[in-house]
Design a protein around this ligand. Structure first.
Ligand SMILES: *Cc1c(COP(=O)(O)O)cnc(C)c1O
Length: 432
């Protein structure tokens, strides 16, 4: 399997190269040359573990680059937690927050870290990973790569725009993890990272890679849990997935899964007030806006990168996209209401991102009369957003023990301005 750039289908690279580079030189996004057929997985899928599913899918994408036993090792060391589907009324919730940093990004980040570990081990070459984060990416990537030999991780996060817990997870690690607190928004952080990748001097001096949801090695493992979710539901019907969306990596992995053969009736792509994609679906005009702050801050993205992958898969045909994806946007007020209603009706505390997903599912069902089993991806544990939830529900959210220790650790991040020269100097004087 080779990977092409969304800006040039003729430029093909191996999985290793696509993973290491993160972004093609032409500023497109890597895409698999074809979406592999995994229909064979569906019959009897309920007998498979999430690791079995992960292995079968990974082999389809990676077998030209790694041996079967290497792929097995990557999965055994990264997919070490589950994704249970629980019932909430008529719908299901897929709890994707049982990993080390309590968010779905642990799947992609830990799989990517173990993949990179294998690549670096064979190449004997050190690597510097740049990550722009609106919160959860940074913590998951930092945790996934912590103490992995031969790899440094440099994380940029927007000052005062991530939760206390997220900041602790990003900024308290030492050794090979470096964090920069940027005076700006997530989009500014993302722009700095993009500029670094396109800068000739930096690229000739420092060996760079990315770990955002734009990296193909993070996207592939996100397909695992769509199949695993399906395996936990009734199997005689296609299903509806609601995906709380920001940079649209999670949704893209869902679309991959559908093209791989997973029976999906519809995706609901729910956003917060950052409604670039819902507006695009309504008007047919793609007009990104600066991001605005919301209580679901990991989805505060004004210009979602992965939209180009979705356009590519659907041949830029908005009608095909609309057949598969329904997209809608919700305010913070509606999100808070939903959190309270879920608590009242089911004694279940849901985080703000997942609440946006549930709102989308509800809206879809109000507009369409269909009985397909429906599942909302729950992307974070509520205790990660206790600063929003606790005042709202007027009680404490239980924090898993592994988070408690973290809160007393010392912050080590360096403050920088939203200025490329300053960022460039920092990189050139600290890394090679
Ligand atoms: C990153 C994140 C999202 C959005 O995922 P995308 O792949 O960027 O669309 C949703 N919820 C949480 C908790 C996140 O961390």
């Amino acid at each position: 399997m080779k990977f092409y750039s969304t800006n040039n289908k003729n430029s093909r690279v191996s999985f290793r190269e696509a993973a290491m580079k993160g972004l093609p030189n032409d500023n497109g996004l890597y895409m698999p040359q074809y979406i592999p057929d995994c229909k064979n997985l569906i019959k009897g899928i309920e007998k498979l573990s999430i690791q079995d599913i992960s292995f079968i899918i990974s082999k389809k994408f990676m077998i030209e680059d790694f041996s079967s036993s290497e792929i097995e090792e990557i999965i055994d060391s990264s997919i070490t937690f589950s994704a249970p589907a629980i019932k909430l009324g008529v719908n299901f919730i897929l709890e994707l927050f049982h990993g080390p940093t309590l968010a779905f990004k642990d799947f992609g980040a830990s799989f990517m870290a173990r993949t990179f570990e294998k690549i670096v081990e064979n190449n004997n070459k050190s690597l510097n990973i740049l990550v722009a984060t609106s919160g959860d990416t940074g913590s998951a990537v930092a945790n996934g790569f912590y103490k992995v030999d031969g790899i440094n991780v440099i994380i940029l996060y927007p000052s005062n725009k991530v939760s206390k817990i997220q900041e602790q997870q990003i900024s308290t690690l030492d050794e090979n993890i470096f964090s920069l607190e940027v005076d700006g928004t997530f989009d500014d952080c993302q722009k700095l990272v993009k500029q670094a990748f396109l800068n000739a001097k930096i690229n000739s001096t420092i060996s760079l890679s990315s770990a955002n949801s734009i990296n193909i090695s993070r996207l592939i493992p996100q397909t695992f849990y769509y199949f695993y979710a399906y395996s936990q539901l009734a199997q005689d019907s296609s299903v509806i997935f609601s995906v709380p969306s920001g940079n649209f990596g999670n949704l893209t992995a869902g679309v991959f899964s559908k093209f791989m053969g997973l029976p999906v009736r519809k995706f609901v792509a729910s956003t917060n007030a950052n409604d670039t994609v819902p507006r695009y679906m309504e008007t047919g005009v793609y007009s990104p806006k600066p991001s605005v702050e919301t209580i679901s801050n990991a989805m505060d993205v004004g210009n979602p990168s992965n939209i180009n992958r979705i356009l590519d898969i659907y041949n830029y045909d908005i009608n095909l996209i609309k057949n598969d994806i329904f997209s809608c946007s919700f305010s913070d007020e509606k999100t808070k209401d939903k959190i309270l209603k879920i608590l009242k009706n089911y004694e279940y505390v849901i985080d703000p991102h997942s609440a946006v997903g549930l709102l989308g599912l509800e809206k879809f069902h109000n507009l369409n009369n269909c009985k397909n089993p429906s599942i909302c991806l729950s992307t974070a544990h509520p205790s990660k957003f206790s600063d929003i939830i606790e005042p709202l529900i007027k009680s404490n959210v239980d924090m898993p023990d592994r988070l408690k220790d973290l809160m007393s650790k010392e912050k080590r991040s360096i403050k920088i301005n939203n200025d490329f020269d300053e960022f460039s100097d920092y990189l050139l004087s600290n890394f090679k």
